[in-house]
Design a protein around this ligand. Sequence first.
Ligand code: HEM
Length: 460
Amino acid sequence: GEGEPIPHPPESWILGNLREIDPSFATSSFWRLAEIYGPIYSLNLVKRNVIVVSDYNLIKEVCDDTLYEKYVTGVQENVRLLTKNGLFTAYNDEEEWGIAHRTLVPAFGPIHVRKMFPQMIDILSQMVLRWDRFGPEHRISCMEDTTRLAFDIIGLCAFNYRFNAFYGENSPVFAQQMLEVLIETGKRTSRLEWENQLRFLSKKHMTDNVHAMWKVCDEIVADRKAHPRPDLDDMLNIMLNAKDPITGKGLSDENIRYQIVTFLVAGHDTSAGTMNFLWYNLLKQPEALQKCYAEVDAVIGDRPVELDDIPKLKYIEASIKEALRFLGPIPVFNRHAKQTRLLGGKYKVTPRDAIVVNLKGLHHDPSVWGKDCDEFKPERFLNGGWERLPPNAWQPFGTGVRQCIGRYLAIQEIILTMAMILQRFVIEMADPDYQLKIMSTLTIKPEDFYIRARRRPGKD
Ligand code: HEM
């Protein structure tokens, strides 16, 4: 059958619904329209048709990999300019995705991630030292320092490469270039094609940045080949030596380049953004913050953090999960139906429709999260709360076979970071009446969010 019509805003001639979208922060427009049109609506964005779904029942269906799959479209498809057939932006039917996925899932699994503990501590110690040296009066840009942290951690853990982001006044050149490329690809997604054609200078600048980043990746690979490190089992060695059990093939040097940029793109902004949302929420909820301090003091006290402490920091882990529920760094992901069907038994969707999963809608659906869904409460994940969640209720890492490969790495990194900071510092907002402002690139994160770090009495 044809099903029921999907609600949608009135269209204008030529521009369709394009004017509904804020080009610098498209997700905010999806949120606004969900308030008006409800849990499902469609938009004609000229270059493509999108359907935004915002409640648990519709999203649960769309997350089912037997009926739907990831759809590389919109801004993600434009990011292919940089990351090509790397894991994040590969089309489902590209052979390289399968080869890399089978090779790298174990490399990003919990057992392997545990072995990255010393490297994580190495980088974290640099941040702690920096905060100590600058002292309690210094305004710390939370985003800048957590970005440095996440960038250095992924570089050291995955390729044994040091960006040394804590040693420079500004963020590493590679990170700056990446930011510029992501901002420009985001803008290009919302512009009409003829307008993109006109902006050839910004296109040239973007292409130059991309080539410079690829060069760094190629140098990392060349250096490892020139100076083999059989003693390491980092991602780089795994990628260089792997033979896929199904196809018998390894990863080409070109594909390894795209995986390296992918890990750097996907692995730093997301973790950093999560830590910022977490700190923002904890500083707004002093009771939750006090429980984090109490847990670190009880489990670790004043001795150095150990690997076995991580699973014991349950309240901190619940706070991270809650921060990711409340508002995480990736606010939407795209799916499409494998075949034309009726979504929710009612709405016709075809494989060409991009179905946007609105995570804010899912994570604040009162039918799943209750009447207090708009409050920040780590407790909801404790005492069996996590186990009681219905399937697909919490999806900050995406869903199915294309869900985030780096989630164990990210969670371990953030727990460790919290432990190291809480053990040593009293954290406060540098601007006590800071109101959350969001900045959007490929991910979203708090903007202009500054903190201060003062040594806890007797903890030095
Ligand atoms: C995929 C979120 C950290 C690497 C994804 C997806 C989401 C996500 C939502 C699915 C995107 C889609 O469906 O289109 C996050 C969050 C993180 C995080 C919230 C931090 C808290 C990391 C880290 C890495 C990473 C540290 C390390 C390299 C990837 C890769 C994919 C991916 C390679 C693509 C997987 C595939 O399609 O096979 N992530 N991510 N992520 N993430 Fe993460």
